[in-house]
Write a protein that binds this ligand. Structure first.
Ligand SMILES: Nc1ncnc2c1ncn2[C@@H]1O[C@H](COP(=O)(O)OP(=O)(O)O)[C@@H](O)[C@H]1O
Ligand SMILES: [Mg+2]
Length: 298
């Protein structure tokens, strides 16, 4: 049973939730199913000092909902929280498995784009990459730099010199968030409906499909990935994680990315309250949640 949610606090007050998570916080409260604790995120990240508001008197199982951190940092947080009676459901091992994409890549290989990894700040021989992939995109082990002027993909026209100078831009944009190494991923032809791709985020909680939500602001009548495909990935070795799926131009489906559940955002139009109810039920021993029902409740 999980009945505590841990959020990062506001920068300004340990008594308030981080402003950007206000809507999630309100949704958790509205369910009436959880207690809520905060921790000072900025102090934790920048000074390694953990301040908790409303720590429980006795040990409780909790989910973290909040910002990403590097696996080493998560492990430290996990251990210190135990001393404060907060046992996060996601172990450091599970966090590292799902947060660092190359760790889970092998398990997803049949259904995801081809990927190569490179150490940080080393030259990537672009001619050889071009021989293996027609078009490709760049991420680090965790994120892309979408929403910037960095190219969505490169193709055979890119020269080594151009690519090297773009990599400098990539490093600049990732800044202190840069994690692990570099992933070069084959760029796929995603199907578009009215200009928008057809992507879904699935939260797998306690090895159930907890929620499936439209994740690319597409309309509500676009096709869904098959239940068989979603079921195929419900037993990855973590209790709380996400897998993102996208439809290709030929109507088939691929995994776009995976992530740790605690640090994966909810989708823009997802029902937050329903999300936290699903989370509670997936973790409760006595209620069998109806995965079919939640699958169609978008
Ligand atoms: N292999 C791919 N081929 C084509 N488009 C992709 C591919 N991977 C991701 N994308 C597109 O780029 C977006 C960002 O990529 P994603 O892997 O989700 O990175 P981030 O971690 O930054 O969210 C996705 O939402 C999808 O639209
Ligand atoms: Mg994404």
């Amino acid at each position: 049973m999980v009945d505590l949610v841990l959020f990062p606090s506001s920068y300004f007050s340990i008594l308030k939730v981080d402003e950007d998570l206000q809507a999630e916080y309100e949704a958790v409260k509205t369910t009436g199913l959880f207690d809520i604790s905060f921790f000072g995120y900025d102090k934790w990240i920048n000074e390694d000092i953990l301040i908790i508001n409303n720590a429980p008197k006795e040990e409780r199982n909790a989910v973290y909902r909040g910002w990403m951190m590097k696996p080493e940092k998560y492990e430290k947080l996990y251990q210190l929280l135990l001393e404060k009676n907060i046992r996060l459901v996601t172990t450091p091992k599970e966090y590292e498995l799902m947060h660092i994409f190359p760790n889970i890549y092998e398990a997803l290989k049949e259904d995801t784009a081809k990927m190569e990894i490179y150490p940080l700040h080393t030259k990537i021989d672009i001619e050889s990459v071009k021989n293996r992939m027609g078009r490709f995109m760049v991420k680090d082990y965790v994120k892309s730099v979408k929403g910037t002027d960095f190219p969505k993909f490169f193709d055979e026209s890119v020269t080594q010199e151009e690519f090297d100078s773009w990599m400098k831009v990539f490093y600049k944009y990732r800044g202190s968030l840069l994690t692990g190494g570099i992933c070069i991923k084959e760029y796929l032809d995603l199907k578009r409906y009215g200009g928008r791709t057809n992507e879904y985020r699935v939260f797998y909680i306690n090895h159930e499909i907890a929620t499936v939500s439209r994740n690319s602001a597409q309309g509500i009548y676009t096709p869904l990935p098959s239940k068989d495909l979603l079921d195929k990935y419900k037993n990855l070795e973590s209790i709380y994680y996400t897998v993102d799926y996208a439809e290709l131009e030929d109507g088939s489906w691929r995994i776009i990315e995976a992530g740790d559940g605690a640090v994966s955002g909810l989708s823009e139009f997802q029902n937050y309250e329903q999300y936290f109810r699903a989370l509670y039920h997936c973790f409760s021993d006595d209620i069998i949640s109806d995965t079919i029902d939640s699958y169609y409740r978008m």
